[in-house]
Design a binder for this molecule. Structure first.
Ligand code: SAM
Length: 278
């Protein structure tokens, strides 16, 4: 397959800059540039688009995003050892790559981005879910991003796209699917990474909907789903009784049997319940 750019192969970059992977930083690198370009393509048409990347590491996905035509990539990396390797990429793509050294949980990158904005990342697993929840719960909707293309442990990816009736179905599925269209677009075995993690991974692509799929107040919906899934084996009349004294009547009013359990209830009914409890 043709090379995606004329920069050195990633194994060479890692050797030159002595980037031995650190477990504490969730460093499992992707070294196959054809694979990173394929992940970049899952993010959609990047021409004329700014891309926020969290955790570029030695820059495999960064190079994929730039080769696929991103107008500008803003990359936030906590490990200062990666900066020289990323500077070489910035020199190869003048004005198109900005690197911020820091913790993605502390930095507000918006000042450096111009819409339309997409997010693409092979996330450090220890902060992946927290970042996703933040991106899905902004103060106003639509959010700053048009799409999120994110690598997760496969088990987390399955929780994001889960449907009612499955074990994986819970708060993350409801949060993601209420205001976005979420799909698993790629599966990756541990061997795709250096070093290989213990578990398989998957890329999830989420497209922001212009407005929530069903009307509901975000905070009320979150309160209901937290109560319902914190005690997911209980019947809803028990797990939700703290939310309203007449919870059984409210459940019946929206077509939910009080003896149902949270994992059987589709998003639409949770939203209806949020409206009657608002
Ligand atoms: N994107 C690279 C790739 O695909 O090969 C590296 C992915 S690796 C799974 C995660 C990256 O996130 C590492 O480079 C790590 O140093 C970085 N990282 C870890 N915690 C971070 C944080 N809180 N903020 C920003 N970057 C972080």
């Amino acid at each position: 397959m043709a090379a995606i750019d004329d920069l050195p192969p990633l194994r060479e970059v890692i050797a030159t800059h002595d980037l031995s992977a650190r477990k504490a930083l969730g460093q499992n690198f992707l070294l196959d540039l054809n694979l990173t370009a394929k992940i970049a393509r899952q993010a959609g048409d990047l021409e004329g688009t700014d891309v926020l990347e969290i955790g570029p590491g030695p820059g495999g996905l960064t190079r994929g995003l730039l080769a696929e035509g991103a107008r500008h990539v803003l990359a936030v990396e906590k490990d200062p050892r990666c900066l020289p390797a990323l500077a070489e990429i910035a020199a190869r793509y003048p004005e198109r790559l900005t690197v911020i050294e820091g913790d993605a949980l502390q930095i507000d990158p918006l000042a450096h981005l111009t819409p339309p904005i997409r997010v693409a990342a092979n996330l450090p697993y220890n902060i992946g879910t927290e970042l996703l929840v933040r991106w899905l719960t902004p103060a106003t909707w639509p959010p700053f991003w048009e799409s999120l293309t994110l690598m997760f442990q496969r088990e987390v990816a399955q929780r994001i796209v889960a449907q009612p009736g499955s074990k994986a179905y819970g708060r993350l599925a409801l949060l993601a699917q209420w205001r976005s269209e979420a799909r698993i677009v790629m599966d990756l075995p541990p061997q795709a990474f250096t070093p290989p993690p213990k578990v398989s991974s998957a890329v999830v692509h989420l497209t922001a909907l212009p407005q929530p799929r069903y009307p509901a107040d975000a905070q009320v919906l979150q309160r209901i789903t937290a109560a319902a899934f914190n005690q997911r084996r209980k019947m809803l009349r028990a797990s939700l009784k703290g939310l309203a004294p007449d919870i059984e009547d409210r459940l019946i009013a929206v077509g939910i049997a009080p003896t149902d359990r949270a994992e059987q209830i589709p998003l639409e009914q949770f939203c209806a319940l949020a409206r009657v409890l608002a």
